[in-house]
Design a protein. Sequence first.
Length: 602
Amino acid sequence: MRFLRNYGPIPTNDNMYDESIQRALRRHKIRPITLPAPLRDQLVPMFKSDAAVSHIITGTAGDGKTYHCREVWTALGGDVTAWNLGDKIQRLAFDDRTLVIVKDLSELRDDESNELIAEFARDVADPATRTFYLFAANHGQLLEKLKSAPDTAEIVRVSKVVEDLLVTGITSDPGIALELTDLSRSPAAKVAMAIIDEVTRHEGWNGCENCGASTDGRCPIFENRRRLIGEGPDDPIRQRLTALIELSERNGSHFPVRQLLALVANAILGHPDARDGLMTCNDVAAIQASGKVDLASIYRNIFGENLKPSKAEKTELFRKLNAFGIGAETSNRVDNLLVYGADDPAYAADYQALILSDPVYGATPAYATAQRTYLEGAEDGDRAGFLNVLRAQRQRLFFTMPEDKAEDYALWDLTVFRYAGLYLDVADKIAAKQSVPRAALNLVVRGLNRIFTGMLVQNQDELVLATSGSYSQSKRSPLLDELISVPRSGGEEVAIVADPGDGSFGVSVKLVRGKEIPPVFLSLSPTRFEFLGRVAEGALPSSFSLECHEDLLAFKARLLRQTENRRRLDGEEEASDGELVLRFIDLNANGRAQPRRVIVRV
């Protein structure tokens, strides 16, 4: 437990660094937590092959770059003791070649890195070289070291290749034998589940079998570990945690391995009364005696509720997870269950299944007392206490709600992303190369139409491209520029597809208008999808997200420019025989936009 605790968000989190882990393992004499290293299985045979090339591992802090370097070193026959001596540059001779490993490029002084980079630039450009390199560096550090190196032709050439690989993943210079892997682009949700399995199934837990605190099922540490294991990969807590991590990543918030380890450690060991908010076995008896076992709830710990508010707010991991608002967001049906379910016959069955069935973190004495006090007319102080209990129950329900009740209780209404479930369904369908749900496309088209026109139009089978008649940022665009068919018709189509710049991981709107005009794409993050969904249901665009609104107006401007270019190429004239035809948008009784032609004599 002491070793696992050091992975958590505490001031002395030495286990966050690969070098410190090795020392701690020798001190505690336990098997290390073995993390997935898929890159090792690619690099080891590559370095042994006739097609060996140098490789750069990059990413953000905590992505496991040093860990991968050490795994490659040992797999190729390197001595672990020599690695642990801490030399900045490690050289390993095997077969008829030499591998130079730098586990952290930022550790090198400028004079050390300049000399090394000069050698590196010469070797990667030499097809006959027998010296190969494996560098680990954060994005900014890598580019900074290249810029500070001598301005030679070889280094300039290599710098251009590295920049190309970082931005696009490909290079136009085949003469440079170099590959690059950005670990920050690895899907963190899959890594998180592997870390959970490794931590919760470590043989160190065998010692709990002889512990009296866990025999009655009320040891919060053992209970949290049991819940995190779940009943398999489809267990609700694992599904929902995977969904939150995936949504965050699709919104541009990456979870390095270091943060995932901290999340798992905090989820299992968190309690506000423990030192630094993380329990050890010695804390359990006092927590049980105080009757505050419920405050160790894993569902609270996932959001850092065991930490002081200032600490949780400053911890990037919990800032990203708390952006979902789980605990603060709710729905009438969920709160009716939690507040009135004990007395309302309509909720009796669900109250039994969702609340009373969990005496550890659900129907606890503290919850029952606060609930009763609130219903009987609590004072302001007692009411605030009940709201805190209610927050914890909403968090628990988000992670425990069975799939067959998730739709009935509108599960994603417990977050600020009400359409997240639909978004994830779309992403899964795209990754599996299946048809996207029609409801998602209708939602997106209706949202785009309302933003493009500034009116509550109901059109779903066509995109209404409108303008205000000037370049002003008018909120309302009454002039119809073009109607674009959503189903494929006459070379036109609007569809939700994989993002061309991000493979199957990204989601985009694709707009096609004939073979002569290149398609236009709009990347759909969960935030943009949520924005379009809210607008489609009647929310005012500027009241929800000004940034999203401006992004979509920029997308509209791209479409208008494309239309203008096409008309210019087709030779169409705005005015003919002294007449100018304007098409205004009218809404019929069903809310559908339809054109009304007005002829103006010039």
